[in-house]
Design a protein around this ligand. Structure first.
Ligand SMILES: C[S@@+](CC[C@H](N)C(=O)[O-])C[C@H]1O[C@@H](n2cnc3c(N)ncnc32)[C@H](O)[C@@H]1O
Length: 221
């Protein structure tokens, strides 16, 4: 899905893509989040930012009994999420919002982000939003393309084409420095996420946990 300008920063980029596909990123959950889901406590409240059609958060509800909220600025994606959740009997809340301005007055047990490749200044705000939305002791799980995906050979031409949409390990380690970082690693992955994110990719994967109020700074894995 090449994108050469700022177009993907607007719902007008995403709506037609979701409209043109039956499940743009597939119906299986993001593989990384699925593999890390065991960390979440039972029946917790989970919010996914840039959730698209909600494939991952809906799976967390269906398979793990969590309470899910899918946030995205694409009305088309969320309409599909609503239809699919109803069809599958999954209780999923959808919120049409731009994460660059969304400021709900509540917290969740876990915040999920997969392939929400914002621009640099927007990312700083996204990381802060993830932290603000996560209750003390709660979890933050994220996966992004990292710079090597464009800068080095050996990867398939999927994902964003702009270098400034790539997310580095160092950036995440800085943004979540106050939290317990359980995993923040560069990984080479064979993605198989729907019809468009299929191929070899350089990604970075984050598992971080907000400190309990008053906790000290050790305790990472
Ligand atoms: C690459 S897709 C990934 C969707 C989903 N996370 C998944 O893995 O299936 C990026 C998603 O982020 C959404 N998005 C991009 N910028 C956004 C913003 N500023 N606010 C809310 N959603 C946004 C798009 O509409 C799109 O659904």
């Amino acid at each position: 899905m090449p994108e050469d300008d700022r177009a993907s920063s607007h719902p007008s980029f995403w709506d037609p893509r979701y409209a043109a596909h039956d499940h743009l990123f597939g119906t299986d959950p993001n593989a990384f989040v699925a593999a890390e889901a065991h960390r979440l406590p039972s029946e917790c409240a989970v919010v996914e930012l840039g959730a698209g059609e909600g494939r991952t958060v809906a799976w967390l509800c269906a398979q793990h009994g969590h309470w899910g909220t899918a946030v995205d600025f694409s009305r088309t994606a969320l309409a599909q999420a609503d239809r699919w959740a109803e069809q599958e009997g999954i209780s999923l809340q959808t919120v049409e919002a731009d994460v660059r301005t969304w400021a709900p007055e509540r917290q969740w047990d876990a915040v999920i982000v997969t392939f929400l490749q914002l621009l640099p200044a927007e990312r700083a705000a996204l990381y802060q939003l993830m932290r603000t939305l996560t209750r003390p002791g709660g979890w933050m799980l994220g996966e992004w393309f990292r710079p090597a995906h464009l800068a080095e050979g050996g990867y398939d031409r999927i994902g964003p084409s702009r270098a400034d949409r790539m997310v580095s390990v160092e950036e995440l380690r800085g943004a979540f420095a106050e939290d317990v970082i359980h995993r923040c690693t560069p990984e080479d992955a064979q993605l198989n996420e729907g019809g468009v994110l299929v191929g070899r990719a350089a990604v970075v994967r984050l598992v971080a946990q907000r400190r309990e109020t008053g906790a000290t700074r050790d305790g990472s894995d």
